[in-house]
Design a protein around this ligand. Structure first.
Ligand code: S3P
Length: 174
């Protein structure tokens, strides 16, 4: 199985970072959390970046860091919820031979998770706004090479196993 670059995509709260870390571990690949790279580069946590520099600067840095990841080999990248919603970012991922994996969770599960944990998420205002954003973004996420439909109760390790099984079957990943 040759899978040099895997990009996990999906909405806020889908578990991209925890699944990404587990997947990288299982496949003995490096793990990169794209938001972590952006924070390091701009020297501030994500909410502060939005507050201090605005979304535009965040997105430009996200695109830059994504392009840097696309040049690396043997990695799993957990992207932020908005990264895959830009045509340019999707192009960078797919032209690099990267495989994108959409972690597809029901809105009801995401809603609950975000209600509990939204303080560090500047793109979240309230449930109604987040639902509209989710619906707007869904068509972008479905452009991913692989879509993993989840109930939301699965442990990240179990999701990682599911992703691996699907990648083994996906012609684009072999
Ligand atoms: C964002 C999601 C966040 C982070 C930033 C913007 C978005 O990542 O990249 O706050 O636009 O949905 P998570 O999906 O890990 O919360």
């Amino acid at each position: 199985m040759s899978m040099p670059r895997i990009f996990l995509v999906g909405f806020m709260g889908a578990g991209k970072s925890s699944v990404g870390a587990s997947l990288a571990d299982r496949l003995s690949l490096g793990f990169i959390d794209l938001d972590g790279e952006i924070s390091r580069r701009l020297g501030a946590p994500i909410p502060e970046i939005f507050a201090r520099y605005g979304e535009e600067t965040f997105r430009a840095t996200e695109t830059d860091e994504l392009a840097r990841c696309a040049d690396l080999a043997d990695i799993v990248v957990a992207t932020g919820g908005g990264a895959f919603c830009s045509d340019a970012n999707r192009d960078v991922i797919h032209r690099s031979g990267g495989v994108s994996v959409f972690l597809d969770l029901p809105w009801a599960v995401l809603r609950q998770r975000l209600l509990r944990d939204h303080s560090d998420r500047p793109m979240y205002d309230d449930t109604n706004q987040a639902r509209l954003l989710f619906e707007e973004r869904l068509p972008h996420y479905t452009c991913a090479s692989v879509r993993v439909s989840l109930a939301g109760e699965e442990h990240p390790d179990e999701v990682a196993e599911r992703v691996m099984a699907m990648l083994r079957e996906a012609p684009c990943a072999i």
